[in-house]
Write a protein that binds this ligand. Structure first.
Ligand SMILES: [Zn+2]
Length: 434
């Protein structure tokens, strides 16, 4: 009984605190604002009213009413809130241990991560968690998630799909779509929408024609089309030409090379996590050439069609990393747009989430400039999810999702770790309270 009162009381206090802060109007004064360029807008005031950026103007150019809470940020920098475009909390985390997942969401929000895109998870658990977060009952980023589209073989065998549909069954889960020849695309998309997803994720064993058909249906209904860069059996260029918005992982680009044949890897199904690498990598990596004419054409087409590459760049194996680096450098020179997805989360004992390493390494490997890396992890992430009208940059009219830093990350990208506070919907999460 006692414990229950304590729990209820702390929940009440938490809720109180959250809503008081949320209803506050702030003026962030004297701050340098990142606007996508290496040069900041200097000495600005950001007026935040009920969670939205009402206005941005030069500090001192207007009088701020006494009733408004002024926060002096002289010598500090404001970036848009960070967006991780590839997480997997809905796969295992939320259903196996909601508590551990909540700790992770809490870590992310206190370190500036204000939105995430979860791939291939349990839509029921993700929708529930997202609702708690948006209500202010749990600290965390807004969660966007996907429906998985795969071949019949994948649907039958993949252990992850069994896990994410536990208790409902794959056939009845609107967020898992079996791509068969006589699939009713409009019904499938309607079911996916019912599950609360923001996009379809094409996983494996879906031919380019089915991707095209489902993508068109998704777009007609306001959903995004997300895909592995290679959705075996087809080459990446066919996935791009099918109209998808975002492709994931560096390894997908390997299969554009004429020397490898993606139709040999059908279907790509995880019956065990151990065989994941073997399932997606060509056997002989020495056949690959990151400067091949096929790659040049692929990247050119991506630029023309405005497709975002969710690189999930950082991997633990140094040899694989070296290979990834060559592909990412070629794509960067070709002008391909990247978003920053992690595809893993690091040791919860580490202070900073994995997204920080992702941003820093894209810069230290010479793939992006600091300003480009920040844009990859903010505006490009918002575009990947399809929320760029309201998120992803510090602009009047957008939601006040911000990351405030004590030092300049353009001068040195590792300064993104100099966090003062996160603001989400106008709500403040102080770094020192974490
Ligand atoms: Zn993934």
């Amino acid at each position: 009984m006692k414990l229950r009162i304590v729990v209820l009381l702390s929940l009440f206090l938490l809720t109180q605190q959250v809503f008081t802060q949320n209803n506050q109007t702030h003026a962030l004064v004297n701050v340098d604002v990142f606007n996508g360029e290496p040069d900041y807008l200097k000495g600005m005031t950001i007026l935040v009213v009920t969670g939205k950026i009402k206005d941005i103007f030069k500090t001192g150019s207007r009088i701020i009413h006494d009733s408004i809470n002024q926060i002096d940020l002289s010598g500090h920098y404001v970036l848009p809130g960070l967006i991780d475009t590839h997480i997997h909390m809905g796969m295992k985390g939320l259903s196996d241990s909601a508590e551990a997942s909540r700790q992770e969401f809490r870590r992310w929000i206190y370190h500036g991560v204000t939105s995430v895109r979860d791939m291939g998870g349990d839509a029921r658990a993700l929708a529930r968690e997202d609702q708690l977060i948006r209500q202010g009952l749990q600290p965390g980023p807004d969660i966007y998630f996907s429906a998985t589209v795969g071949s019949s073989d994948m649907i039958a065998k993949d252990m992850r799909l069994k896990r994410v549909t536990r208790g409902v069954g794959i056939e009845k889960a609107g967020y898992v779509i079996e791509a068969t020849e006589n699939l009713d695309a409009s019904q499938a998309v309607a079911n996916a929408i019912e599950s609360g997803v923001s996009g379809l994720k094409f996983y494996a064993g879906v031919d380019a024609e089915s991707i095209r058909m489902l993508t068109a249906e998704a777009h007609d209904n306001g959903l995004k089309s997300w895909a592995h860069f290679t959705v075996f059996p087809d080459r990446p260029i066919e996935v791009i030409n099918a109209g998808v918005d975002v492709v994931s992982h560096v390894w997908g680009a390997f299969w554009q090379d004429d020397d490898v044949d993606p139709s040999l890897k059908v279907p790509f199904t995880h019956t065990d996590f151990k065989d994941a690498r073997a399932a997606v990598f060509p056997e002989d990596l020495s056949l690959l050439d990151s400067d091949s004419p096929e790659l040049t054409k692929l990247f050119k087409t991506m630029v023309e069609k405005d497709v975002i590459w969710d690189l999930t760049y950082v991997v633990p194996n140094p040899k694989t990393q070296e290979l990834y680096k060559r592909y990412a450098l070629t794509a960067s020179k070709a002008g391909v747009t990247f978003s920053a997805g992690t595809d893993y989360f690091n040791d919860p004992g580490e202070r900073f989430p994995a997204l920080y390493t992702q941003i820093e390494q894209l810069v230290s490997d010479g793939i992006l400039t600091p300003a480009q890396a920040i844009t990859a992890a903010t505006l490009n992430g918002a575009k990947a999810i399809g929320i760029e009208d309201d998120y992803g940059s510090v602009e009047a009219g957008k939601v006040a999702n911000l990351l405030i830093l004590k030092k300049n990350p353009i001068e040195d990208i590792t300064n993104i770790r100099q966090v003062l506070f996160t603001m989400k919907n106008g709500m403040i999460f102080n770094f020192s309270d974490y």
